[in-house]
Ligand binder design. Structure first.
Ligand SMILES: CCCCCCCCCCCCC/C=C/[C@@H](O)[C@H](CO)NC(=O)CCCCCCCCCCCCCCC
Ligand SMILES: Nc1ncnc2c1ncn2[C@@H]1O[C@H](COP(=O)(O)OP(=O)(O)OP(=O)(O)O)[C@@H](O)[C@H]1O
Ligand SMILES: [Ca+2]
Length: 555
């Protein structure tokens, strides 16, 4: 690697020890210089270097002048600092930087360097600030929405105590809106906000809150560009503003799958350093009418029923999903219908390979590039007609316990590897998982494998396809039947009882769980829009770097 020219290099004091501190365009490094008196005559000092530490400039949060106090706090008592400790170094500056901890957590750490003279100290501060100013991907002004009722209702406290101080340290200014009702953030983005003022939008809440933000931003972008969202084949315009997620919800699946942990401080630091992670978005239509966007799970059957049941138990907080999950598991309903899909061809990766989507994912870059070059996903109406009625589409009729489309792994604390462990954040595809009718014990085997090392697809009743588009039509959907069924139309009980003789009242249709929202129709058409939005994230980092000798955490 080409060596960067030094911008500054000085001998500075850190915790009473002398360090050679060097700054170049990409790294701040400090190496201890240990001095020992030689026993031989002359009294000269023998100088040699020990520990070496470095921080990428891109991961410096801020630098500030530090007042040197002759007193320092030690074990709760103010004590006089030993004269020797900062003697000859009366000026100091502190660098705040990202430090990696276990399980993809990031922390903001400080290191304070003492200088022998004031102008040197100011020169260090100014030079570091100049380098930070060159990092143009960092946001300066953010629009923040806080859902005070998400998850355990801690959103406001989490933002004020853990996030706002970090933003202010990084000189990020914010306009903060605490939402007053559901869809407040979505409607504000869509109708009210002057988005030109901001470098990004941050939501403090769970997946539901994030969903509000993307609906506001994507719809606003299409409206401003004159694009009609109601056309299923329409190519959408990607959003200019990045989105940050400060996790404070029940599932936090999008945060977990894009950062590796649902931790507010980690997410705040990814925002501060200006990370960028593109994300695929599915559009969902019914009868040429736009319904919703989805970035994580579109689930019919099991996950639709879990959500429907859990909505009535919001008072239980995050535990409602486990309760409703258990109940839905015991109910063991299956649903009939036809699923047709357009497999993703000529791309890298399959849903059952052992690759994982990680920071800087090659598969996402490769497939994203491929799509932007040939516009494969969005053909002309004529092309679409041919591929729809030609051999490209596959059709499967059956009885399903679950139909899941995972556009990302959907990793979350409940299932650290997720619904589709090899799914990619930004490859322009979604993994369509079909779980056919099977015994309870077999379904439990499938579910359990989401939580252990077993392959949840390696079962005779489960199949998975990587697709660009799909459609689902439930068996009972002629005319207004679908609607009547939702309203419990009396005339339809013939259907219900004939197909479920044991209970006589089992529903024939489930609902779609679209990123935690229930869709009003069972018949849907879905298309993936490759890399439509970008997050302040970088994907899950491959190797936690806390074992690296160059990391300053050992100081
Ligand atoms: C035996 C243990 C098996 C555990 C299997 C766990 C698999 C969990 C997979 C979670 C996938 C989450 C996908 C994310 C979806 C989000 O867009 C959405 C919005 O936040 N969340 C939900 O819809 C919330 C969905 C929450 C679903 C929770 C399902 C819990 C299932 C529990 C089954 C218990 C069976 C026990 C039988 C003895
Ligand atoms: N002020 C508010 N009052 C009531 N509901 C709100 C408010 N602000 C946002 N919401 C709605 O609350 C829902 C849940 O929010 P959020 O995602 O933050 O928390 P959650 O508990 O994790 O829920 P989910 O499990 O749906 O992700 C969202 O769908 C959002 O539209
Ligand atoms: Ca994807």
């Amino acid at each position: 690697m080409e060596k960067q020219p030094r911008l500054l290099s000085s001998q500075l004091l850190l915790k009473s020890r002398v360090f050679e501190v060097t700054l170049n365009r990409s790294l701040l490094t400090w190496k201890e210089i240990q001095t020992k008196k030689k026993r031989v005559s002359g009294g000269a000092h023998n100088t040699f270097k020990v520990g070496s530490y470095c921080v990428p400039v891109s991961e410096i949060v801020a630098v500030r002048e530090t007042e040197v106090d002759s007193r320092t706090k030690d074990e709760g008592r103010w004590q006089k600092m030993s004269q020797r400790s900062t003697e000859g170094y009366p000026y100091a500056f502190t660098v705040s930087y990202v430090e990696r901890a276990r399980q993809h957590r990031w922390r903001c750490s400080d290191v304070t360097f003492h200088c022998s003279d004031g102008s040197l100290c100011l020169q260090w501060i100014q030079t570091i600030r100049e380098q930070l100013a060159l990092l143009t991907s960092r946001p300066k002004h953010l629009l923040v929405y806080i859902n005070p009722y998400g998850g355990k209702q801690q959103g406001k406290r989490i933002y004020e105590e853990k996030v706002a101080p970090l933003f202010s340290r990084a000189s990020i200014s914010t306009d903060v809106i605490v939402t007053e009702y559901a869809n407040h953030a979505r409607d504000h983005l869509l109708k009210g906000a002057d988005l030109r003022k901001y470098d990004g939008v941050v939501c403090v809440g769970g997946d539901g809150m994030f969903s509000e933000i993307i609906h506001g931003l994507i719809s606003r972008t299409q409206r401003d560009a004159g694009v009609d969202q109601n056309r299923p084949e329409q190519k959408l315009v990607s959003c200019g503003l990045r989105i940050g997620i400060i996790p404070a919800g029940s599932t936090d699946c999008i945060c977990y799958a894009t950062v590796g942990i649902n931790d507010p401080v980690t997410s705040a630091l990814h925002i501060i350093v200006g990370d960028s992670q593109p994300l695929d978005v599915c559009s969902v239509h019914h009868n040429n009418t736009f319904l919703r966007y989805s970035v994580s799970l579109l689930g019919y059957g099991f996950y639709g029923d879990v959500l429907t049941d859990s909505e009535r138990k919001r008072w239980m907080g995050p535990a409602r999903y486990d309760f409703s999950g258990f109940k839905t598991f015991l109910t063991h309903h299956y649903y009939e219908g036809t699923i047709s899909f357009l497999p993703a061809t000529n791309i890298l990766g399959t849903p059952r390979d052992k690759t994982r989507c990680r920071a800087g994912c090659y598969i996402c870059q490769h497939n994203g590039q491929l799509l932007s070059e040939d516009g494969q996903a969005y053909k002309t109406d004529e092309d679409t007609f041919h591929s729809e009625y030609g051999s490209d589409w596959r059709v499967i009729r059956g009885r399903f316990l679950a139909i899941n489309a995972a556009s990302m792994s959907c990793a979350c604390p409940r299932s650290p590897k997720g619904l589709s462990p090899s799914a990619h954040l930004a490859d322009g595809t979604t993994d369509l998982i079909l779980v056919r009718k099977c015994s309870r014990i077999n379904f439990l085997r499938h579910l359990l494998r989401h939580t252990n090392k077993g392959d949840q697809f390696d079962l005779s009743f489960v199949e998975v396809h990587r697709v660009r588009r799909f459609r689902f039509v439930p068996k009972y959907c002629e005319g207004d039947l679908e609607l009547d069924l939702r309203e419990g139309g009396r005339g339809l009980f013939g259907h219900i009882c004939r197909d479920h003789p044991a209970c006589g009242c089992a529903p024939v249709n489930s609902s779609w769980n679209c990123d935690g929202e229930i869709l009003p129709h069972a018949t849907i058409e879905v298309g993936v829009h490759c890399q439509l939005i970008r997050l302040f994230a970088r994907g899950i980092e491959e190797q936690p770097m806390f074992d690296d000798p160059c990391v300053p955490s050992v100081i």
